[in-house]
Design a protein around this ligand. Sequence first.
Ligand SMILES: Cc1cc2nc3c(=O)[nH]c(=O)nc-3n(C[C@H](O)[C@H](O)[C@H](O)COP(=O)(O)O)c2cc1C
Length: 475
Amino acid sequence: MSASASSDPHAFFQEQRGHGPGAAIEPTASEHNPSPLPLMFQPLTIRGLTLKNRLAVSPMCMYSSTDGFATDFHLVHTGQFTMRGLGLVIMEATGVSPEGRITPNCLGIWKDAHIEKLQQIVRFVHANKAAAGIQLAHAGRKASTTAPWLMKTLRRMRRRSLDKIRRIQGDFAQAAKRALLAGFDVIELHAAHGYLLHEFLSPISNKRTDEYGGSFDNRVRFLVETVRSVRKEWPQDRPLFVRLSVTDWVAPCDAVPGGGWTEEESVELASRLKSEGVDLVDCSTSGSSPLQKIPLAPGYQVRFAEDIRRQVKGMLTGAVGLITDAQQANDVLEQGHADMVFLSHVKLCDPNFVLNAATSLGTPSSSDISPGTAVPTDLSPSAASMLRVLLPALTRLDDTLESVNTKQAELTQVLTRLTTELDQFSDLVAPPSHGSTSQHLQNSRTRLSNINVTLKRVRTRLDNISLLAQAKLNK
Ligand SMILES: Cc1cc2nc3c(=O)[nH]c(=O)nc-3n(C[C@H](O)[C@H](O)[C@H](O)COP(=O)(O)O)c2cc1C
């Protein structure tokens, strides 16, 4: 699955298994599975990394670190997604410097001591055959503050010297080195939501008059150079993503005559990022100004992923934002709007989203979420998927036989009662008539009893087949 696997083969039982949760049992069309799988469950290869499906956990700040260290909270929080079928989990905005964190409780990667715990988390993700990503971030004018829900206004962008700019770019490069040592498969640079890299892009926040401000070329310079310095440290076989706020959602107005950063600028920037070695743009929006007007609706940001994907040759895109339903997510992919879907709220509310999506889209997928329920390795994938279909069918057949048995028992009772009543009235009925009715009843009882024997045989055979199938699957 991943570009790097754990070096300790005994670390987790799951590592020994062929499938990870959320992987299609038969990911490609075959003789037994001629219809193409929903795109959501088809693997995606980006450079040296093959993702088992196209669903990612979008980065989510958890405010659960001290001094930047990941904790058991992060192990459980990140790990649970991979036990439930996500192909890629991108860890939260992670400060490349202490002053670049949003809050004192945000995750960091500015010193080597941070690596060890991150390594453990990555190892667990890999054990579940998922890929691990980390979002490298500097929060700029939103940094070193309180929790976001307490923040009332945006501070002005600080005038950073050229030295300071170089230092921050160096911090990103060093963070990439540490991410590599921790074993991450993907780096995502956070250039969205009004944080530092976005601050330089947006004319709303960027008021510089030097080579980093003013024209489009100048405003994108900081990000492009940062990408370049990260790419130098990040191996060629590992994917690099950039999250953009594709638009600021701020139209020209009295307060901002020129308006904010636009979709057209994002397309042009994405094309430059492609030539700098960026593989995927994760298409978010907003965060620069309280004047933003966001037309919130299901999938409201998807069209930006589609625009960049369509206009920038070879650039993959991720769609994110109010994608909450399996069919909706798969449609985004099937209709060519994006290459991956990033999920955030829905994963917090519905941890089994991926496994349920597999069921609702009719994809036999691995749901071996705990040791002991592994998909059998001695069965061919197609045999395993057929058994999975067969077992519920056998159960339904068994239920039907059960109700036939009940009806048969009721009929026998009725026949017995009729026979008794017939006997009681035998004195009043002429012998020939009584004789033929009695014979009919006797014949019916014999037939019912034969049916009963046949039913019993069928049930025994069904039980045997069920036991065999179950044993195969549990092996
Ligand atoms: C609790 C929480 C924390 C978030 N933290 C980050 C973050 O660290 N970096 C980031 O780029 N986006 C962050 N986001 C935004 C999400 O990644 C995502 O883009 C957004 O929630 C929209 O997706 P959704 O509609 O599936 O929730 C966060 C969202 C939530 C709900």
